[in-house]
Design a protein around this ligand. Structure first.
Ligand code: ACO
Length: 332
């Protein structure tokens, strides 16, 4: 999907993000499982992550992040006509977290829904929003990526619990006809690789019972090494694909925002498309892997700290359970 042949496209007019207050350090994790600050830093690059308390739900973080996005875009809640929430940790199965947020924020002229694309959900959401704006069906679309992965983490499994964090990021998309906006997008999934990263129970196939809870079947299971290899290849390919579709060289990128899962994955992906690390946004040392929230939190930080300036070319790319992956190229 590229800009060719269609002048109307979406641009990101505002961003916002939110995390819980509580910071969980690697040293604290050393007291929970058999691990060390040194191992976590060396293998993942993560130092701290934010973890929500028992009173918090994903929508609480979403409402804060979305309010900041609307404020920065100077758009009133009643002017939003669509809300997409990417999450695998909804508040509850029914209604969607989107509908809960709609009610709480007064998005009374919108329709809202959730998408489940794991860590790639924000990229999926931006692409869906861009398509609705290009066809003229919607004019102001909120896209949120948010997770409380702490709720689906097995705190006795050192191979996963050191990696994840909670957070939310949001972006408002509006139509534009100038040079700004979404230049090209690419989405893919491969369900044949679902067993590398999954949650065994809690759905219609295997509803929860005492046994599933005792066996931690409500929590993420991951073959870290396999995910690692597929992530590098798929994110590299997706990142290159959107550049090729737009006829743009990677040397023209001002900023590259990859999904924040592992510093080694980020470095290997950047090397694949020949982007130097000084153009790569990295904040996973502070947030850990926040899945669908990782790219929009990084985008919001980059925008607010001036790392991203009007006219810059920024590319976002992600990879997650499913497997799902995709990339978006934006003229900021
Ligand atoms: N502390 C200490 N040792 C550990 C820990 C830990 N927290 N976790 C694993 N180890 C041990 C293992 O048991 C293993 O020991 P062994 O050699 O005696 O068997 C050793 O460390 C090496 O384990 P590997 O799994 O080979 O380590 P690797 O270098 O692959 O790093 C990691 C593991 C960090 C999980 C990495 O594979 C990774 O980041 N994978 C990708 C994760 C990812 O990108 N997920 C994205 C999607 S997440 C989502 O969608 C929600």
């Amino acid at each position: 999907m590229s800009e060719q042949g269609n002048r109307l496209r979406a641009y990101i007019s505002g961003t916002g993000s939110a995390v819980p207050e509580r910071v969980l350090t690697n040293s604290e994790l050393e007291r929970i499982v058999d691990t060390s600050d040194e191992w976590i830093m060396e293998r993942s690059g993560i130092k701290t992550r934010y973890i929500g308390g028992s009173e918090m739900a994903t929508s609480d973080l979403c409402v804060k992040a979305a309010a900041r996005a609307l404020e920065s875009a100077r758009v009133a809640p009643e002017d939003v006509d669509m809300l997409i929430v990417g999450t695998v940790t909804p508040d509850q199965p029914l209604p969607s977290t989107g509908c809960i947020i709609q009610e709480r924020m007064g998005l009374k002229n919108a329709f809202a829904f959730d998408i489940a694309a794991a860590c790639t959900a924000f990229i999926y959401g931006i692409t869906i929003a861009d398509s609705f704006i290009r066809t003229g069906m919607c004019r102001k679309i909120l896209v949120i990526g948010a997770e409380m992965l702490s709720r689906i983490t097995n705190w006795e499994d050192r191979t996963t619990c050191v990696l994840f964090g909670d957070g939310a990021g949001a972006a408002l998309l509006e139509p534009c006809e100038g040079p700004r906006g979404i230049v090209s997008t690419f989405l893919r999934s491969d369900g044949s690789l679902q067993d590398y990263l999954y949650i065994p129970a809690g759905g219609s196939r295997r509803p929860h019972n005492a046994e599933t809870l005792r066996k931690h079947m409500h929590a993420i299971r991951m073959s870290g090494n396999s995910v690692f290899k597929h992530a590098v290849r798929a994110m590299g390919d997706a990142a290159q694909r959107v550049l090729d579709d737009a006829g743009i060289a990677s040397s023209d990128l001002d900023l590259f925002i990859p999904h924040q899962a592992n510093l080694r994955i980020i470095k290997a992906t950047a090397a694949r498309i020949k982007v130097p690390m000084d153009k790569v946004y990295v904040n996973l040392d502070r947030y850990g892997n926040t899945s669908a929230a990782s790219v929009p939190i990084a985008l919001d930080e980059a925008s607010r700290t001036g790392r991203l300036k009007e006219g810059n070319l920024v590319e976002m790319v992600a990879f997650g359970g499913g497997f799902t992956w995709g990339a978006v190229l934006v003229r900021w």
